[in-house]
Design a protein around this ligand. Structure first.
Ligand code: BG6
Length: 483
């Protein structure tokens, strides 16, 4: 039998962004304010923690129109630069561009009966430009944001009504962009629901940990249902389209070969794979019963929920991959936080300036694990290195560290394909510099394209090709052979 020698011919090479990190134009053409636009810029550089949103900080944010304190309001002004930006993606040879919809551009407050036409027109234009260059849009419906109106009205995903608002949005999107968008993703990093506000749009300050987790897992359940309903809608409205789930994948290693550490790592891994277990297999896995029981969480299902999950299984599984984690038996971190980036340092790995541990082989391990478990096509929709770039006097950026990071990951992807994994594509994160999700910094750059803007929003917004731009262009042109 054949061992695939390399990337398949129709491999979807490209890049990925999110509306709230690039678009800007937060309050024009009818757009409402979103939950991402009330999160303040962080003061610390370490780890993946979003600034918490409290009742008080929310009230302040509503009064304040600053785009310096709230950088996701300005993004990189993709709203007015999309033609230039997509042209640059095309110059690199992109086959796919993953972007997300700003829900509050379509339903400004979330609960209107009719969509905001100007918002829909904006995405019409974006998809037209993609088409002109033969770039396939991969569209995330909800990427860490929702209309703030839904937080104020029903505490975001805490309540079931939000499911109806979401399906109203998805119906509009599938009908409007039928034939133009072939690949949809429902929720970006759906596991973010258990990390708090950015994932749920629900305020939960001051609650004891157990109640916080109760609220978050219930909010997540509502997202699972909304996602499954969107899958059903999508298949009905546009049978040609494919719709997937999206997980922040955390490959976990045991700290030592001690069986207790191995078991701790297994649990940690299950708590990460739980999300895709539901979305790919169509039901809650049994190990979660024990987890919920041990943590005092009781989920409310209504009649029909189980059936909806069963029927609304996704067509493919997409995920982000940045790092791996290490778990030991000594700390009971899973109870408090769910599962993100709280492990110990792995002495065999180097870290980025933000403390994210770089682990290309972990990507191969993860690809194999996901394929073994699910046997559905996989799609890496985020991967990349956030780093500080220096613009030289002659306007160059020599980002060999970024090339090195990406190259090593692509090498491992290729190995995984040879292992037999079915991989649809690779869209690296932030092909153009954008506002960081966790810290809202501009100086944490991922791009092949530099954007002249600093953390305070000063700069000309000029787009400049980095060394990695020319490198990635070669990678795509050679379909991953020239690394
Ligand atoms: C992913 C998110 O978790 O990581 C992106 O889906 C985010 O939105 C990316 O930008 C990188 O994280 P950060 O905090 O460096 O921007």
């Amino acid at each position: 039998k054949n061992v695939p020698s390399s990337f398949p011919k129709n491999f979807l090479w490209g890049g990925a962004t999110a509306a709230n990190q690039v678009e800007g134009a937060w309050n024009i053409d009818g757009k409402g304010i979103s939950t991402a636009e009330v999160v303040k810029r962080a003061t610390s550089r370490k780890n993946f923690t979003f600034n918490e949103v409290t009742k008080k900080s929310l009230e302040e944010a509503i009064e304040d129109t600053s785009t310096i304190t709230y950088p996701k309001r300005r993004g990189i002004d993709f709203y007015h630069h999309y033609e230039e930006d997509i042209r640059l993606f095309a110059e690199m040879g992109f086959k796919a561009y993953r972007l997300s919809i700003a829900w509050a551009r379509i339903f400004p407050n979330g609960d209107e009966n009719e969509p905001n036409e100007k918002g829909l027109v904006f995405y019409d234009h974006v998809f037209e430009v993609c088409k002109k260059y033969g770039i396939e849009p991969v569209v995330t419906i909800s990427h860490y944001e929702m209309p703030l109106g839904l937080t104020l009205k029903s505490n975001g995903w805490e309540t079931r009504e939000t499911i109806d608002e979401f399906t109203k949005l998805t119906k509009v999107l599938f009908e409007r962009y039928k034939g133009q968008v072939k690949y949809w993703l429902t929720f970006n990093e759906i596991n973010a629901a258990v990390w708090g506000f950015s994932g749920t749009g629900a305020l939960d300050e001051g609650l004891p940990v157990a109640q916080k987790m109760q609220l978050r897992y219930q909010a997540l359940h509502h997202q699972f249902i909304a996602s499954a309903l969107a899958v059903l809608q999508c298949h009905e409205i546009d049978p040609e389209a494919k719709i997937g789930s999206m997980l922040a994948r955390m490959q976990t290693y045991p700290k030592t070969p001690a069986p207790s550490d191995v078991r701790a790592a297994q649990l940690q891994d299950q708590l990460n794979l739980f999300f895709t277990d539901v979305q790919v297999r169509g039901e809650y896995p049994r190990y979660m019963n024990r987890y919920f029981h041990d943590n005092g969480i009781e989920l409310e299902f209504v009649t029909g929920d189980e059936e909806t999950l069963k029927q609304g299984k996704v067509d493919f599984l997409s995920f982000s991959y940045y790092m791996s984690t290490v778990t030991s038996d000594d700390e009971d971190i899973t109870k408090v936080t769910g599962n993100f980036a709280l492990g110990e340092a792995n002495p065999y790995l180097e870290s980025s300036e933000w403390g994210w541990q770089i682990d290309p082989i972990g990507l191969r391990i993860t690809l194999n694990e996901l394929w073994d478990r699910y046997q559905v096509p996989l799609f890496i929709v985020e991967n990349g290195l956030g780093a500080i770039d220096e613009l030289t006097a002659d306007k160059k950026i020599h980002d060999d560290y970024r090339i090195d990071y990406l190259r090593k990951h692509i090498v491992e992807m290729k190995e995984a394909i040879k292992d037999g994994v079915e991989l649809m594509g690779y869209t690296s994160w932030g092909p153009i510099d954008l506002i960081s999700a966790s810290t809202s910094e501009m100086s944490k750059r991922y791009g092949f394209i530099y954007v002249d803007q600093d953390d305070e929003g000063n700069g000309s917004l000029e787009r400049i090709r980095k060394d990695s731009f020319y490198w990635f262009k070669e990678v795509i042109a050679s379909n991953g052979e020239k690394l």
